[in-house]
Structures are given as C-alpha cells and as structure tokens.
Design a protein around this ligand. Structure first.
Ligand code: 26W
Length: 849
C-alpha cells in the first residue's frame, strides 16, 4: 500500500507552476494569459489543496486500518481565519511556492490578501476550537472536528456616524477552494412531529426501539470536508461541516398536493438552518432556529460517528472505548440525548447500558461563568421541535434526580437546584446541567475559572461528582500566532536558538531567557518589533486613514497599546477609554504649562488601538464603541496632543487583523473584572509576541504571571474574591465615592465635549448617548467595578509609561515574556485533553514527510 505514496506530487518549482496553471485552465476555466490576483490565489489554493488531499486520504486510510480510539470535537463555531499561509507552513513548502509564483509574476503575500477569512465563529470559543484542530494534527491525534457550514459567517462591522453597523458576511461569494463537497455523505435529521409506541408489527420486522418518532420535517445534512494539516507531519485531519438541504421526497408530496407555497416554504425552512452564524457571544437570543442548528449538527455528527463505528463490527457497548466526544460549551449538549435516541431507538440498547456508553463517551467544556450565557431552552419549544429528545431528557433527569435523592435524602432544595429541568411558569431545560450529568469529565479553561465553577457555579454537582471536574488551561497555536503572523520575530528566535525546532517543540522557547541581556539579541528584537509596527502603520494608512485629509502622525517609537476582543462590559473597554480621556485631559493641562513646544516633553507618546465587535442586540456595548470612536475623533484632531496621543478603533476585527495587530503591540489590555473572563487567549498571543500585559488577576492572566513572573507584567485591581465582597457591599447599599480623576472625566463627557457636529446639529447636548454610562459611573455601585479599579488601573498605566521609557529593560522584559510562554501553546492544552480526558494516544501516519 505504502508504495503508492511515492507518487506524491514533487515539490519542485516546475511541478508547482504546472499545477497552478493547470488549475487556472481546468478548474477555473480561465486562460493562462489573463490571470488576475484572485484567480492566481484560487489556482494556488487548489494546488495546495491537492497536496493536502494526499496526506488527508492516507491519514483516513491509516486510521481505518489501525482503528485507534478517536476523538470528535463538536463545536458550533470555528474561527478559522485564512488557510493558505497556514497550509504552506504546515506542509513546509512556503519557500518553493514563493519562488514558483515569483516566476509567474506574483508575490505570495499579495495572494494571501486575496483570501476571505472563514469567520465561522464569534470570538474566544471559536478560535480556541481552530487552534485545537491545528494542535491535534501536529500531535498526530486521531481527531475530527464537526461543525456547521454557515453561508454567512460573523457579520462585517462598519463604523457609520461613529456607530457600529452590521453587514452580512458573504464569505463564500468568491468560492472557497479548501473544502470538499461530499454529496455522498448525507444524513436525514428529524424535526417536529410526535412520538408513538412502536407497533408489534414494527417490532416484528426488527424495529429495535420502544418508541417511534414521526417527524413533520426531515432535513438533509450534507457534509463539506476541510483538510486540517499537521505542522511538519504526515497527519492531515478533517473538519466536517454540515450544510442543510431540503429532502426531495418531502416537497414532492406537498407539491403533489398542489400546495406549492407550503412546499417552497418548507424548502426555505430547511435551507435556512445553516444560513447564518448567531453573532452573540454571551446572551443567547433563544431563537428556535438556534436550537434547530444545535440539533441539526449534533444529529448529523452522531449518525456519522455511529455509522463509522458500526462499520468496524465492534459492539456498541464498547462505543465509549473507541470514541471520545468533546462538547465545546453547551451549544452541542443536545448530542447527549441524541446518542441516547440512536442507542435506544435504532440500536435497541437497554437504558442502563446506553446511558453508561454516553457518560463514558462525552466530555463537556464550560467557557463562561456569565449567568446569562448559560443556555436554557423552554420545554414547550424543545418538545415541539424535538419531541423524542425532550422525552429522553425527562427520563435522564428522572434517573438522575433519584440518585440525588438517594444521596441527599430529604434535600429537595438541592434536587431543585441541580435538576436539568428548571421549574417555573415555563419549565426550562438547563443545558449546562445536561452537559454535566451526561459527561465523565467537565472542564474549565483556566485554574481560577475551575475554582469558580467548583465553588460557585456548579458547586452542587462538584459535591456529587468531584472526580469529573477539572480544568485545562487554554492555549494558542504557535504556528499561526508567532511563526506565520510574525516572521520578523520568528527569524530572530530561530537565529538565536540555532534552529526552528521551537516551532514543533515550544519548550525550546525558554532558552531565549539565557540571551535576554545580550545587546545583539535586544537590537534584533527591537528591529523585529519595529518592522511589525511599520507593517501595522502601513495597514492603517492604506485602510482606516486612507481618506483622512489630515491623518495623525503614527510614530513607530510610540508605545503601541492594543485592546482587541469582543466588546463586553466585563472586558471593560469602557474603563480603558475613560483612562485615555483622563490621559488626554492631563496632556492638555501639561501642554498649558509648557506652551510653544512641538510635542509635549517627557511624555511617552502612545498609539492606542481598540478593535472588537458588539453583539447586534447589545446596546451598551454599542454605546461603548461610539464613545471610543468619538473620543478618538476629538483626540486625534487636537493639535496640542496629536503627536503624543493617537487613538484608533479598527473596524471589522477578525483573525487576519489580529495577525497584524498583535505582533505590533508593545503592551496589550486584559482588564476584565476579576472572576468574569474564563481564561482569555489573546493575552497568550500578545505575550508570545513579546508584547507586555496590563491586566487584572483574572482567567489565564494569573497563570501567565506565574509562568513569566508577575513583576514583568502590569497587574492591578481587585481579585475575584475582593470583587465578590465589593459587590456584596454595593448590594447592601454601600456605594463608594468615585475617584476625582474619574469624576473629572465623567464631567468632561457630560460637558458635551464628545458630541459630534451632527449630534450638535440635531440639538443633542451634554452627555448625549453616554448619559446612561455617566449615571452608572456616578452611582458608585457599578456592577463591573470600573470606579473601584480606576485608581489602581491608572497607576499601572503610569508604571508602564515609566518602564517603556527604558528601552533596554523593556526589550529584555519582552524577550523574557516570549521565553516564558511555552506553557500556553495549544499543543500543551491538547496533550492534556488527550492524556486526562480523551485517553487517546498519538497515531502517526507512517511514510515520507
Ligand atoms: C449562546 C450565546 C453564547 C455564544 C458563545 C459563548 C461563548 C462561550 C463565549 C466565549 O467565547 N467565551 C470565551 O471562551 C474563551 C475560550 O475558552 C475564553 O478564553 C474566554 O475567556 C471566554 O470568554 C457563550 C454564549
């Protein structure tokens, strides 16, 4: 078998050029003489895909032969970004492709920019899933991802009249060359209808279950496969995304009944299921379509997994020994009753055995402690859409509660607290409780998060199943988030460490610390940071500033301070922009003292960059964006301060923009109210690129501080325990007087200083759109503790200023930061999942690399 491997495509310039031109002519059907950048990108992508497919087919072939225990990662989001650069790096053929294209008259980097981001996710959760696929492949783990092929990904954000506007993300409009449409991999998914007992006749002719679900609607799930290349290994894994299609025979019937509109409507309803990604990353909209999406991909994925397993001829009672299924937050939790349905109704397993298989198979990761983000579904909604599933959930809950009552006799309030069904006017299904009860492992994504889950959020469950609870601290892939996005720094690291081994064995990075005081390395390091800053400046000039008649000066010597993540009150972008306004007011004060000077002496010039999307229905988050944009407009146009302070809100933040912003940062902001950010992952990406952190004792910031030494970072603010105490005091009505600095800034906003010409023309005065924000700040009991942490935050910012004024010490610190980040590689995280939760071993595919 392996002999055939030899016919892998040669990696020569000629072979590659031939391939590209072949795809131009035969795949894109364009003449080789009119190649524009986009078709050059498409042809190059197809030629790279061909090479991925060689490894892809051999990997799947090998897994079928060896039949190792497999892992299936179920996530409703994958924030993949662009693929070309990553694929070339993983196959280790960027160089020969760059050469091949140069001779054809193209610059590889220009083709990178032709690719649309695959933005099939909102933020942290979706990007983590993408990093974990990359690491699983690099570690040769037999893992597949399952998700949804949305027609429209994360909305495109534009700032119009200083406000966020959302536009559909037509990411497939110019084709997506990386996917393989699998018209031969199709499953029917039931919806609506009713459940009845199986008739003796049905049992006669072999129906195995007691119950039969008569659905009203049958949706087809069609598979689209995305090869996931492993870095410098033969393993190429698969991300299988499902697209919904109407099933033909259904329409025919209603067509034949002459009820065309109904038939069309039904078709539409089917296609709609995978049309768009829900853009919320905290508050679920509770839409039925969202539940349809969750059940649709859970059912298609489980049918596919069970079919593959059954082909091995092994007993279903051993299913959990050969399959580990990770549920990425509660969104795929309906997979638990769905596997029960398949095992009970289609395979005829007794309840007890079926349930044992489920618990052995499933593991659930929680990503947030925000109460509003914990999904619940009204029982009537679940009952109408998924009658058989709702039945099974009731049965699961019944069995579970009888265990609870046995264990804690008479403790009915505990029973009420842990029940999967929340009683009340409308009964609700608590998806997190279902996830915990149906899994053998429940993990948090950072240590503090783990403590909060055990002590507070799921305390009752922890007392029942202590062994199930654990944490696996998040990680990020060093391929995309250092090697690919920061070639400048990567060269310096490789040069200093003497080889590229660090890209595969990240522990090597810590050897950088031995060189942190070397002048040579410090100069190279500074130069690399400068190149990344100039790349960002060029990007801003050619996008954000291109039509600005009088753009602010972007000085690469300034401190680049970056705050990029979803806009949310707990992430406290508000506290940052209020601090920026204070900095502005102080600069104005100072300027008055030293009039007549070009730039204000002894002030560390800052370029402050914000970016992030707000969920469309999240009004306060949108107000915060408007506040940032209006403050930037005022500050950037003030001749007195514009050389010392420049503020940007970079629109339409996504993975590709992060790849430009992160390498250019000198310092990054991770200032969430302690106890609110489960982990954070951009904090890891910044520190990996030598950017410092101003942060609170929250999420993974705490573990980063332990790894690199907290004195190297700028930590401030109340810790999680103190936050609880302060909130308790607020609840007792003990408001605090807000710091004078904050009062000054709020007064400044209330003076109408930020109002735009248009707002003034519309007769808006005073705080205008920021009235509510100002009132909340003045309350002295703001829930996110902006007023409480403001002083220590300002102090930390001042410390950063002082530190930055000493480039030698700052650069040494930066080198030690990168050198201390090995632990936060997603390779380490995924290895922990494999060893402690999935219990799977690497299954490297033999043959040539
Ligand atoms: C139902 C609406 C919804 C959608 C997404 C989510 C996600 C869980 C939100 C999310 O992305 N959480 C982030 O997950 C990251 C990866 O673990 C963490 O690093 C972040 O701290 C966490 O906010 C919650 C609720």
């Amino acid at each position: 078998l392996w002999e055939i491997l030899s016919e892998y495509q040669p990696r020569t310039v000629e072979a590659i050029q031939k391939q590209i031109v072949t795809h131009i002519e035969y795949t894109l059907a364009r003449s080789r003489f009119t190649i524009d950048h986009h078709s050059a990108y498409m042809a190059t992508a197809y030629s790279v895909r061909d090479r991925l497919l060689e490894y892809f087919n051999d990997t799947q072939q090998y897994f079928n032969e060896v039949f190792p225990k497999r892992v299936y990662y179920l996530s409703i989001e994958y924030l993949l970004g662009r693929t070309l650069a990553n694929a070339l790096t993983s196959l280790n053929i960027s160089g020969v492709y760059r050469e091949s294209l140069r001779e054809l008259g193209f610059v590889l980097e220009d083709l990178y920019n032709q690719e649309q981001d695959a933005a099939l996710g909102n933020g942290g959760l979706g990007r983590l899933a993408a990093c974990y696929l990359d690491s699983a492949a690099a570690l040769d783990l037999p893992l597949w991802g399952y998700g949804l092929r949305y027609n429209y990904g994360m909305f495109t954000q534009s700032i119009i009249e200083e406000k966020q506007s959302e536009f559909p993300d037509f990411w497939l409009s110019r084709g997506f060359p990386w996917e393989i449409e699998r018209l031969d991999v199709v499953y029917a998914v039931n919806m609506y209808g009713f459940v009845r007992k199986a008739t003796p006749a049905e049992l006669e002719d072999g129906y195995k279950g007691k119950f039969v679900w008569e659905p009203d609607m049958e949706v087809l799930a069609v598979a689209y496969d995305l090869p996931i290349p492993g870095y410098k290994t033969n393993t190429t894994l698969n991300l299988r995304l499902w697209q919904s299609k109407p099933s033909h025979d259904f329409d025919l019937m209603s067509f034949n009944r002459g009820n065309y509109t109904a038939a069309i409507a039904l078709r539409q309803e089917c296609e709609n299921i995978t049309s768009v990604l829900y853009p919320d990353d905290s508050t679920p909209q509770g839409r039925e379509l969202r539940l349809k999406q969750q059940y649709f991909f859970a059912s298609a994925s489980l049918q596919d997994i069970v079919r593959r397993y059954r082909k091995s001829g092994r007993s279903l009672l051993e299913f959990g020994q050969y399959n580990a299924i990770q549920i990425n937050d509660t969104h795929p939790a309906v997979a638990i009753p769905e596997l029960m349905r398949i095992l009970l109704d289609e395979e005829g397993l007794p309840w007890g055995e079926a349930w044992a298989v489920c618990v052995q198979t499933f593991a659930y990761t929680n990503h947030t402690v925000l109460p509003e983000a914990l999904e619940t579904w009204p029982v009537p909604v679940m009952e109408k859409l998924l009658p058989r599933i709702m039945q099974i959930i009731f049965d699961i809950n019944c069995t579970f509660l009888s265990c609870v009552r046995k264990r804690f006799p008479g403790d009915e309030s505990r029973v009420e607290r842990v029940s999967i069904i929340a009683e009340g006017h409308t009964q609700l299904v608590r998806m997190a409780h279902l996830g915990i009860v149906g899994s053998h492992a429940v993990n948090a994504v950072a240590r503090l998060h783990g403590e909060i889950i055990q002590d507070r959020l799921f305390r009752d469950f922890y007392e029942m199943f202590p062994k199930r609870f654990t944490y696996v601290t998040n990680g990020v892939t060093p391929r995309r988030w250092l090697l690919e996005c920061n070639p400048y720094l990567s060269h310096v690291i490789t040069d200093t460490l003497g080889s590229e081994d660090w890209t595969k064995d990240i522990e090597q990075l810590c050897r950088l610390k031995d060189h942190a005081t070397s002048r040579k390395l410090q100069q190279q390091w500074l130069m690399a940071k400068r190149l990344a800053k100039e790349r960002l400046i060029l990007f801003l000039k050619t996008t954000q500033l291109k039509d600005d008649p009088n753009p602010p000066t972007l000085d690469p010597n300034a401190m680049f301070v970056v705050h990029i993540k979803r806009i949310h009150e707990y992430k406290r972008q508000l506290m940052n922009i209020l601090q920026v306004l204070l900095r502005y007011l102080r600069l104005k004060d100072y300027a008055e003292l030293v009039t007549g000077t070009e730039s204000i002496p002894h002030v560390v010039p800052r370029v402050i960059i914000f970016a992030g999307k707000a969920a469309p229905a999240y009004t306060r988050a949108k107000e915060i964006i408007q506040l940032i944009v209006s403050a930037a407009r005022l500050i950037n146009n003030d001749p007195v301060t514009r050389n010392s302070l420049v503020v940007f809100f970079v629109a339409d933040y996504n993975v590709s923009k992060a790849e430009i912003l992160i390498p250019a940062a000198d310092i990054s902001e991770h200032i969430s109210t302690a106890g609110m950010e489960a982990s954070g992952t951009s904090n890891m990406k910044f520190a990996l690129n030598g950017a410092n952190i101003i942060g609170t004792y929250d999420g993974a910031n705490i573990e980063i501080a332990e790894e690199v030494g907290k004195e190297k970072l700028f930590m401030f603010g109340a810790n999680a325990k103190e936050v609880e105490d302060v909130r308790a005091a607020y609840a007792r009505g003990e408001a605090e007087t807000i710091p004078t600095d904050l009062d000054r800034v709020i007064s400044f906003i209330e003076s109408g200083a930020l109002l735009s010409k248009e707002e003034r023309a519309r007769g808006i005065t005073g705080a205008g759109a920021y009235r509510a924000i100002c009132d909340e700040m003045r309350s002295g009991t703001d829930y996110w503790l902006v007023a409480h942490d403001f002083q220590s935050y300002i102090k930390a910012q001042a410390q950063a200023d002082r530190a930055f004024a000493n480039p030698k010490a700052w650069t040494e610190n930066s080198i030690n930061l990168t050198g201390g980040m090995a632990h936060f590689s997603s390779d380490r995280s995924v290895k922990e999942y494999a060893d402690r939760i999935w219990k799977v071993k690497p299954c490297p595919v033999p043959g040539q690399t």
